[in-house]
Design a protein around this ligand. Structure first.
Ligand code: KG4
Ligand code: ZN
Length: 347
């Protein structure tokens, strides 16, 4: 049997992504157009601006992906697109492009949960398939998954009850006046700081099971700065950034060890923008090393939102018969919630 080529589209937040993978999972192309410049002066993602930027970028991003892969639209056999969770306007832009592409060619269409894609895409790149324990650490979500062999979708084990890990990085960057996007800015500042300079609470470690919380830590940073009664200088900012980063990394490592204990898995896969963070990667690797668990982390540039992970997740779902006809009812975007994932139709 000859497997089709998969095209994945990702527009859930502020990156317009397209990826092309072969039926065997080989990455043929990946293009991401970032909107950082558009949102920078507002200090965060503005949904309406994001929607418009996606609409302007999407055709060019798809064209560039096809050119990179040396392909024509007719060479694509299946289109996968992020249906959620994400910002509704941006999602609708990607979905419209995917429906148009699949509809014009009369090929299967697959609505993908982009959190599952963060984990699965990272796993494929690292050469692993379920069973494994997954962790998504992104700007909107922080969640653990149990993904057993043969399962159509992973089971959600636990999530943050308030802010996501990436959101905490973004807010702390704002408090320290480090700019947007916050994660890379905090990491850069932290590189020159003393991670033991300020004692922040390790977020959520006292919470039961795999529940997490990051808003208390962000507030602790805010109060620390307020109590100083003046703007911290560059050295103090570096110390605060490094101490905050250590608190996040340690909490994630502790909860990851707990998740692995619960699942009994021997493989751990972490994805999402925060998985690019060096301190977080080190802490997670440390937690796995202790118990001899194999860890798979995203390659450079593949932690954040991208189209390749969506194409890989589409391939996974297609092989399970979870696809819909492009002439069907249309994909409904969803902001959050696992249960609202729209299921494809079995062949
Ligand atoms: O997965 P992603 O690209 O988009 C979402 O699905 O949200 O993750 C974006 C998040 C942002 O909060 C960003 O600040 C954070 O990932 N991030 C980082 C780093 N790079 C991106 N956080 C910490 N350290 C980084 N190097
Ligand atoms: Zn994401």
């Amino acid at each position: 049997m000859e497997w089709p080529v998969f095209l994945g589209i990702e527009t859930s937040c502020d990156e317009t992504g397209c990826g092309i993978v072969s039926g065997e999972g080989e990455v043929l192309a990946g293009v991401v157009a970032s909107q950082v410049a558009e949102h920078e002066r507002f200090g965060g993602v503005v949904p309406e601006i994001a929607s418009r930027a996606h609409a302007e970028a999407i055709v060019g991003v798809i064209d560039r992906s096809l050119a990179k892969a040396g392909m024509e639209p007719g060479d694509i056999g299946v289109v996968a697109v992020t249906a959620g969770p994400g910002l509704i306007g941006p999602l609708l832009t990607g979905i419209a492009a995917a429906e148009g592409f699949a509809g014009a060619l009369g090929i299967p269409l697959i609505p993908v949960n982009h959190l599952h894609a963060h984990v699965y895409g990272t796993g494929v790149a690292g050469g692993v398939e379920p069973p494994y324990t997954g962790l998504v650490i992104s700007g909107g979500h922080t969640a653990f998954y149990r993904w057993e062999e043969g399962q159509e979708a992973p089971q959600l084990l636990g999530t943050t009850v308030d802010d996501a890990a990436g959101e905490a990085f973004d807010k702390v960057a704002k408090i320290l006046g480090l700019g947007y996007p916050g994660g890379p800015a905090v990491e850069k500042a932290a590189a020159h700081g003393d991670a033991w300079a300020v004692k922040f609470p390790r977020p959520g470690v006292k919470m039961e099971g795999l529940r997490m919380s990051f808003s208390g830590l962000k507030t602790a940073v805010l109060y620390h700065v307020r109590e100083m009664g003046r703007e911290p200088d560059a050295v103090e900012k570096a110390d605060i950034a490094a101490s905050f980063q250590r608190a996040v990394a340690e909490a994630l490592a502790l909860k990851s060890a707990r998740a692995l204990e619960e699942t009994g898995h021997r493989t751990f896969v972490a994805g999402g923008g925060v998985a690019a963070n060096g301190a977080v990667r080190e802490a997670l690797a440390g937690a796995c090393r202790e118990t001899g668990v194999r860890i798979v982390l995203p390659e450079a540039g593949m932690a954040g939102d991208n189209g390749v992970m969506v194409a890989q997740m589409g391939r996974f779902m297609y092989n399970k018969g979870l696809w819909i006809s492009p002439a069907g009812a249309g994909i409904k975007p969803y902001a959050g919630g696992e249960e609202r994932m729209q299921r494809g139709r079995r062949r």
